[in-house]
Design a binder for this molecule. Structure first.
Ligand code: ZN
Length: 257
């Protein structure tokens, strides 16, 4: 019973953080203050009354529309809240009250913010990467989660690997396939995952991207020359490796034996 209550609180915390990430992802690229917490309807600018600020539930109650102007509210909002809540619970279940929980929570939360911004704006802001890395370093100093050498090797390997893949992609396809934002994201992810895991995770991001793109082409949701952000695929791969890295590595080698 107590455990269920704890999980409920952890979930609620994650959902509330997701709500905050929605605000950050909406305001950061527009250079608006993220500290001023009164939220407005993006369409009619009407301040949202407190009773409609309950994450997920308000969206369902309002059937996805602004209470003032009836303008549809993007389904991204409740999905980001739900995913944040679920991932927080999964990480807590895995790591309990520990430095690891905090360390990987920072990593995961950063990836969520980056995914939302990259999907909407096709950019990965340096500020988010720096906050992620800075907080990760502080937590690692206090709790010693990640071996420093491994973290540095991870950053180096990811940077060199992704730069190399970027150059190769440009030669093969004659256009920018990877942006510098993707390289920097890989580098920061290398810090959190370490040298061994990051190599597999980067390979897995291309794997995820490949299948997602084929799937979207089949559904004709995508034109062949459309640009798509790579950050979200990396985020999916990184979180997968954070949670199930060893099983995925085993599965991967199983494909060849
Ligand atoms: Zn409105």
């Amino acid at each position: 019973m107590v455990l269920l209550f704890t999980y409920g609180l952890i979930f609620a915390f994650g959902v509330a953080m997701g709500s905050f990430f929605n605000v950050v992802a909406h305001r950061l690229p527009r250079q608006k203050s993220i500290v001023k917490l009164s939220s407005h309807c993006p369409h009619c600018e009407m301040p949202i009354p407190w009773k409609y600020k309950i994450p997920i539930i308000s969206y369902l109650v309002l059937k996805g529309r602004c209470s003032n102007c009836g303008h549809p509210i993007s389904w991204h909002y409740p999905v980001v809240e739900l995913v944040s809540g679920l991932l927080t619970v999964i990480l807590f279940h895995r790591f309990g009250w520990s430095g690891e929980f905090l360390f990987y929570l920072i990593f995961t939360y950063g990836l969520i913010v980056i995914t939302v911004i990259d999907l909407q704006e096709m950019i990965i802001p340096n500020s988010v990467l720096l906050v992620m890395l800075g907080m990760g370093v502080v937590v690692n100093v206090i709790f010693g989660v990640q071996n420093w050498q491994n973290a540095l090797v991870g950053m180096g390997v990811a940077t060199i690997g992704l730069l190399g893949i970027g150059v190769l992609g440009k030669i093969l396809f004659g256009r920018e396939a990877l942006g510098m934002g993707d390289v920097k994201l890989g580098s920061v992810a290398g810090f959190f995952l370490g040298g061994h895991m990051i190599i597999y995770a980067i390979f897995f991001s291309f794997f995820v991207a490949f299948f997602a793109i084929v799937f979207m082409l089949v559904l004709s949701r995508l034109q062949r020359r459309d640009s798509i952000p790579f950050g979200p695929f990396m985020a999916i791969a990184m979180v997968s490796f954070l949670l199930w890295g060893n099983s995925l590595i085993q599965w991967y080698w199983g494909l060849f034996s």
